[in-house]
Ligand binder design. Structure first.
Ligand code: 5GP
Ligand code: ZN
Length: 114
């Protein structure tokens, strides 16, 4: 998707500070971090929202979640704790319509979220 910001990051057309990549996923630092660690994990393939996921994507989503845990552990937050978030559509505040898993750590997160 030429007009998708995160597809352009996957393609390397827009720079990002990558912290992980493989055949299916790219992970990079959020440009406007909301915590000392704020990483976004995205699939290379364009999927606009969680609503577009199909059963065939179960392994992909599993890889995203397990990668979040690995990145949190690499940064020393496994035991202390961290927050993972998928925002979906307007009420949740999704602004980039290519699914992304936020991984945040390094501060105390409250519940319920804002
Ligand atoms: P959303 O609100 O859709 O769940 O999250 C989108 C996230 O993408 C935001 O946290 C925002 O700061 C981040 N973001 C938007 N544009 C860019 C960009 O060009 N580069 C990076 N690294 N992050 C971005
Ligand atoms: Zn995209």
């Amino acid at each position: 998707m030429a007009d998708c910001l995160f597809c352009r990051i996957v393609a390397g057309d827009i720079p990002a500070t990558r912290v992980y990549e493989d055949d299916h996923l790219v992970a990079f630092k959020d440009i406007n971090p909301q915590a000392p660690m704020h990483v976004l994990i995205i699939p290379r393939r364009h999927v606009a929202t969680l609503n577009e996921l199909a059963s065939g994507d179960d392994a992909l989503v599993g890889e995203m979640v397990r990668r979040a845990a690995a990145i949190a552990a690499e940064n020393g937050y496994a035991q202390r704790g961290y927050r993972t978030v998928f925002n979906c559509n307007a009420d949740a505040g999704q602004t980039v319509f290519h699914i992304h898993l936020h991984v945040l750590g390094g501060r105390l997160f409250t519940w319920p979220p804002g």
